[in-house]
Design a protein around this ligand. Structure first.
Ligand code: SF4
Length: 389
């Protein structure tokens, strides 16, 4: 089978993980730590810089591949001194061919952003900010264990405006314990005053072992019913569309032309590199993941080893499966001509039974060239995605 494994020599995205947070949120199971020990932070960044240098030295063929997205995620990248972000960016620009049109995003959390930090990000080339609000109401922020309150979010918005960051995304969560439909609507309505170019709206996922999962298990907190959670999703959806936002991915809305270019790479299987603790990458037809223990990560790099464990080269069937279920996250759907171009056959040749039964169930629709989720398919997205795994 003639499979084009990836368009790795056309463009590349880079993700850098900054694992430090002021305090761990009650629902969080990401690779992040309450760590404001400056020595540990300095040691981590030294390892991160070294990882970037090592990669570039060992993959000289990437030096000419245009890097058009860079993403600082976490954790809370805005919780560390801005010099770390500046140095990482300078290093990336030295080691890779970062294009003039690069989208550089940093995640920030209210309460950790200062005017000086925002100015320095801007001067370093950051041109997109992703703000972790989650909910407008202070009582919900408290339940979530967020370090910030509404007033601090508004302060952060003012800082971004003062510095001239007009391309920014805001994270919103729904399906939270104690949250009512009116709270969710108040959150998105209040946000309109700031004109975010992008909103990421996530339904809470209770992760085993988190304090929030334990409180729910112990009956100390009640989640909204599944019906109410779906009502919240559709109320947000209706409202944001009325406000002119496109719903372009299950959890993502944007003003026209403001899709997250970096995240699109994940859903379209465009190669990206991941640097830092627990970071993942997809490069030269292989997926890889870095060590996710902070000390292990630092020690591996310090002893001249790689922090990542590369998986074997993906088989054609695995590539096709990822292409289907990641691509179907996009509300615009997936095109059979692009599938044919990449894999040399139609997705019906590979998945006829699964596709037809999902169409018959009303979860997918096919218009002769594009396959996409229906409204019901959004409600049962996991069932759709599982059919291609
Ligand atoms: S700020 Fe984000 S990464 Fe940090 S603990 Fe909270 S949810 Fe997790």
């Amino acid at each position: 089978m003639n499979v084009k494994k990836s368009n790795q020599f056309e463009q590349l995205g880079i993700y850098c993980h900054i694992p430090f947070c002021v305090k761990k949120c009650a629902y969080c199971d990401f690779s992040s730590f309450e760590c404001q020990d400056e020595k540990m932070v300095a040691r981590y960044f030294k390892a991160l810089y070294q990882e970037i240098i090592n990669f570039a030295g060992q993959n000289k063929d990437t030096a000419l591949v245009p890097v058009d997205t860079i993403y600082f995620g976490g954790g809370t990248p805005s919780s560390v001194e801005p010099v770390y972000i500046e140095t990482t960016l300078a290093l990336l620009k030295e080691a890779f061919f970062v294009t003039d049109k690069v989208e550089i995003t940093i995640e920030i959390n209210p309460g950790t952003l200062t005017l000086e930090k925002a100015r320095r990000y801007k001067n370093a080339g950051v041109n997109r900010v992703s703000v972790g609000l989650q909910a407008w109401q202070d009582f919900l922020l408290k339940i979530l264990g967020r370090v910030h309150n509404q007033a601090e979010f508004i302060d952060s918005m003012e800082i971004l405006k003062t510095v001239g960051f007009d391309n920014f995304s805001v994270d919103v969560m729904y399906g939270l314990p104690g949250q009512k439909l009116e709270d969710v609507m108040e959150t998105v309505q209040e946000l309109m005053a700031f004109s975010p170019t992008h909103l990421s709206c996530y339904s809470l996922i209770l992760e085993d072992g988190t304090p929030m999962a334990n409180w729910v298990d112990a009956g100390q907190l009640d989640l909204p019913s599944e019906d109410d959670e779906r009502k919240m999703h559709w109320a947000i959806d209706r409202f944001l569309k009325e406000q002119g936002y496109d719903h372009y991915e299950i959890s993502s809305y944007c003003q026209p032309g403001y899709e997250s270019r970096h995240n699109l790479k994940y859903w379209e299987m465009v190669p990206y590199l991941g640097f830092g603790l627990g970071a993942h990458g997809y490069f030269k037809g292989k997926r890889y993941g870095n060590a996710n223990n902070l000390l292990d990560y630092c020690k591996l790099i310090e002893s001249g080893k790689s922090a990542s464990e590369s998986e074997p080269e993906m088989l054609p069937a695995e590539l096709m499966s990822d292409w289907m279920f990641l691509g179907l996250r996009k509300l615009g759907g997936i095109r059979d001509d692009l599938f044919k171009k990449r894999f040399g056959l139609s997705f019906f040749d590979q998945y006829e039974t699964a596709i037809n039964s999902l169409i018959n169930e009303g979860l997918l629709e096919w218009d002769g060239s594009v396959l996409k989720l229906t409204a019901m398919g959004q409600d049962f997205g996991n069932r759709v995605f599982a059919a291609f795994v």
